[in-house]
Design a protein around this ligand. Structure first.
Ligand code: CUA
Length: 318
């Protein structure tokens, strides 16, 4: 059923089956022998222990057979692994992949960005993966591929999806509190559907038309929503709901003070997140987005925050 979802699946499955068969055989054989010997050589029947001399023939047999088995298991694993290490085919689609606490971002050659990996069926793809914070690991079980993503380094992984459908993609390296949030999907489309999706920018145009929608898009793409909820629930950081225009108690250099959530505060919180910590939350969990988000981006974010706040509605109703 899952034998050929990617170009690597078959070989990995074979090595899995080989290794699993060998260990299953020995698990059953050794357990059965232990139970058999428990009865056969129990003390009641054999009150006096007997000394057994060594046997060269037996020694040779139980050295050669396991050696052959271990080399066999190594061979299948090695043969499945080698193609993964080879360079991606020249015509592979390149997708810049960012893993960060705690979400994924995929950026295509035409600049399109998504939090779900869209791919065409039957075409090789190379993911060029980086992390701005800690160690993550890209894992697509259906494709039998997994590779660590190391901060300050680009690691590549390539594969070829062979069948349309939706498959899990997640982080397989514990990377902090919301590690389990780092789950998304690979959506494999037919070439035709993919081309249509690839050039489609209506989502962007539509976003520009509704107030705040662009800001929400920026928050999504930068993974902000993993830690800041939109519905008032408390996650790693304060919720965005109702935050704009309200007063908050913060701790600045060990001193408690009350601030107003205005433009200056939002900008400073994005660029210097550890400066004013809202009481009840912890320091050191957010990195600075200086150089990643522009002032223009932040303006759009603020426009969105206003839509989540009654303070703003009051203003506009007046
Ligand atoms: Cu990223 Cu776990």
């Amino acid at each position: 059923m899952y034998s050929n979802l990617s170009n690597f699946s078959e070989d990995i499955n074979t090595s899995f089956i080989v290794i699993f068969s060998v260990i299953s055989f020995f698990l059953i054989a050794i357990t059965a022998t232990i139970i058999l010997f428990l009865f056969k050589y129990r003390q009641k029947k054999n009150p006096e222990p007997t000394q057994i001399e060594g046997s060269v023939l037996l020694e040779i047999i139980w050295t050669i057979i396991p050696l052959g088995l271990v080399i066999g298991m190594f061979y299948y694993g090695w043969m499945a692994w080698i193609p993964m290490l080879s360079d991606a085919p020249k015509d592979a689609i390149e997708v810049k992949t960012t893993a960060r606490m705690w979400s994924w971002l995929f950026e295509y050659e035409n600049g399109k960005k998504t939090d779900t990996l869209y791919l065409p069926e039957g075409k090789p793809v190379e993911l060029q993966m980086t992390s701005p914070d800690v160690l993550h690991s890209l894992y697509i079980p259906a494709y039998r591929i997994k590779r660590d993503i190391v901060p300050g380094r680009v690691t590549n992984i390539w594969f070829e999806p062979r069948k349309t459908g939706e498959y899990d993609l997640f982080c397989a390296e514990y990377c902090g509190l919301q590690h389990s949030y780092m789950i998304t999907e690979v959506k494999v489309l037919t070439q035709e559907e993919f081309d249509k999706w690839y050039i489609d920018t209506t989502a962007v145009t539509k976003a520009a038309a509704t107030p705040g929608a662009e800001g929400l898009q920026i928050l999504r793409m930068n993974g902000c929503i993993a830690c800041h909820s939109l519905d008032g629930s408390k996650l790693v950081g304060p919720s965005y709901k109702g935050i704009w225009g309200h007063e908050a108690e913060v701790e600045t250099k060990g001193q408690k003070r009350t601030i107003l959530v205005d433009e200056a505060y939002v900008i400073n919180s994005i660029y210097n997140p550890d400066e004013d910590i809202v009481v009840g939350f912890s320091k050191g969990l957010m990195r600075s987005y200086k150089g990643e988000l522009t002032d223009e981006d932040i303006e759009k974010i603020i426009a969105y925050l206003k839509t989540l706040s009654d303070k703003h509605e009051e203003e506009s109703n007046e």
